[in-house]
Design a protein around this ligand. Sequence first.
Ligand code: MTE
Ligand code: MO
Length: 564
Amino acid sequence: MKRTILAGAVLSTLITAPLAAIIFLANRALNLPFVPTNLMDWLIPIIPGGLITFGIDRMIDLITALDLGRVDTTAKLAEGIMAVFLFMGLSIGVGTLYATFAESLRRIPFTGVIIAVIFAIPLAVVSDYELTGKNAFYSGPSLVARSAWIIGAFAVWGLALQWVWRRWNATPVMDATPSLADTSASASSEPALPPTPAPIKAKVTAIPYQKAQTLSRREFLIRLGGATATITVIGAGLGRLFTSEEEAVAVETPFNFADFPNLASTVVPAPGTRPEYTPLDQHYRIDINSGNPPEIDGEAWRLTFGGLVANPMTFSLAELQNDYEPLNQYVTLSCVSNRIAGRLIGTTGWTGVSMQDVLAKVQPTEEATHLRITSADGFWEVVALDLIREDERVMLCYAWDDQLLQVKHGFPLRIYIPDRYGMKQPKWITEIEAIPEWEEGYWVRRNWDRDAIMKATSVIDTVALDAVFEENGQQYVPIGGIAHAGARSISKVEVQVDGGDWVEAQIREPFSTTTWVIWRYNWPFSDGEHTFAVRCYDGNGELQITETQGSRPSGATGIHTYDI
Ligand SMILES: Nc1nc2c(c(=O)[nH]1)N[C@H]1C(S)=C(S)[C@@H](COP(=O)(O)O)O[C@H]1N2
Ligand SMILES: [Mo]
C-alpha cells in the first residue's frame, strides 16, 4: 500500500508538471485562466492576515538578502511559484488518491478522467469566482471557454494519469523482488480484491500491454520523466515568450508631464541618483492579486456612485475624461511596506477628476460622512468626506504619464489621496458608496494603520566616487538621493559623515509639494572607509522620526546609512 502511494505520487507529479506548464502557456498566449493563482487568491482571504503579512515580510527579507532584483516583481513571481506548488500539491494529491484506489475501481471505465473532472469542476468555479465574482466588467474569455479549457485540460491529465498508472503496473520489475502492485494488493485488506500471489511473470502476461515487457520500471520512469520534463520546459518557456507589454493609450489632451517644472533648477542630481520622474515600466506594483490583475472592459465599465447621495449616478470612462476639467498632478506614491531605502516608491504624473467636482454632482446627504470605495479585486477602502471637502487634490485618476492607466496600475480608475500610503488608495474602482460612518478598509482590517499618513523619510541613493571633481584644490564627491514627506514637502535635508556634525545638503526644487525632492551634497573627499547618514525635515520644519521601526503597522522610519 505504502509503495502504491509512493508510486502514485511520483507518477502524478510527472503528469502534473506539464499540466501546470500548459495552463501557464494558455494563460499567456490566450488569456485563459491561470488556475494556480486564482486558487491562491481565493484562499488568501481565508488565511489569517497576520500570517500573510508574516509570509510577505519573510519573502521581502529573502529577496533583499539574496539581492534577487526588484522586490515587487520578484515577490509576484514568488507568489506565482507558491501558487503553482499549491496547485500541483493538490493535483498530485488527487492523482495519488486515484492510484491508490485504481485497482478497486478498475471495473469502471475512465476512472482517471472521471476523478480529474470531478476535481476540475470546483477549480473552474473558484477560477470564475476570482475572475468575475467581483469584476462585473471582466474582459477576458467567456465562462464557457474558460470552463471548457479547465475541465478539458484536466480530463486529458486524468487520461494520461490513468494510462501511465496502468502501464506502470503492467511493467515488470526486472529484479527478483515482487512488483509494487503485487505488494499493495496482497497487503490490502480489501475483500473485493482477489489475492494475487501469482509470480510476476504470470501477472504481466495477463495484462494487455505487451510492449511494457521490454521496459523495466526504471526505464519507463526515465522515459516518462524525460517526456514530461520536455513538455514542461517547452510550455513554460513559450509562456514566458508571450509575456508582452500592454499597448499604451494616450489621453486625448495630454498635459505633457515630461515638461518638468523644475528644468531650470541649478541643483543637479548626483550621478547614480534614481530618476526624478520614474519611468512607467520601473514604477512598483503592489496589490493583493498574486497573478493577473483584474482585467476590465473599458467600454462596458461604469463607476456606480450611490449610497447616501441625493443624486445616484453612473459614470463611463469617456464621461470622466470629457465632462470634467482634468486635474494634473505630479505624485510620489509609496507602499506602506516600503522599507527605508526600498524601491516600493515612485513618482509620475497623475490625471483625473477632482473628487470635489464629482461630489457636486452626486450630492452626498447630510448623514453621509465617508465614502466606501470598492475595487474589482475585492479590495476596498474608506475615505472621509471632510478630507475631500478640504482638499481638492483628492481625485479619481484615469491616466498616468499622459496615458490611460495600465492594467496593473488600476485601469480604468484609481483614487489619489495626498499624504497617504498606497494602501488607502484603491485601483480598479467599480463602486463608490456614501456611508454614515467610518469603516475599516482591507488592510486596516488586517491591523495596518487606520490613517496611513506617509512618514517623512530620506535615502542615500549614491556616493558617486566616479564623479569626483576638484574646486579650489579640494576634491569633492557628489552624494545624493531622495527625501519625501507625503504631501507635506521637504524643507531641509542634512548629511552626516562618520558620526560628525549634520551638514545641510542642497535640495532640488521638486515637481510639486506632493513629490519627493532630490537632494545633493558635495562631500569633501578624504581617503578610507566612511559611513554616511541622511535625515530630513518636512515642510513644517519637523524632523523625520529617527528611531528605526519596521513597516508594520504605519510605515518604516529610521535613519538611512551608506558605507563606502
Ligand atoms: N484594488 C486594489 N487597489 C490597491 C491595492 C490592491 O491590492 N487592490 N493595493 C494598494 C497598495 S497596498 C498600494 S501600495 C498601491 C500600489 O499602486 P501601484 O501598484 O499602481 O504602484 O495600490 C493600492 N491600491
Ligand atoms: Mo502598499
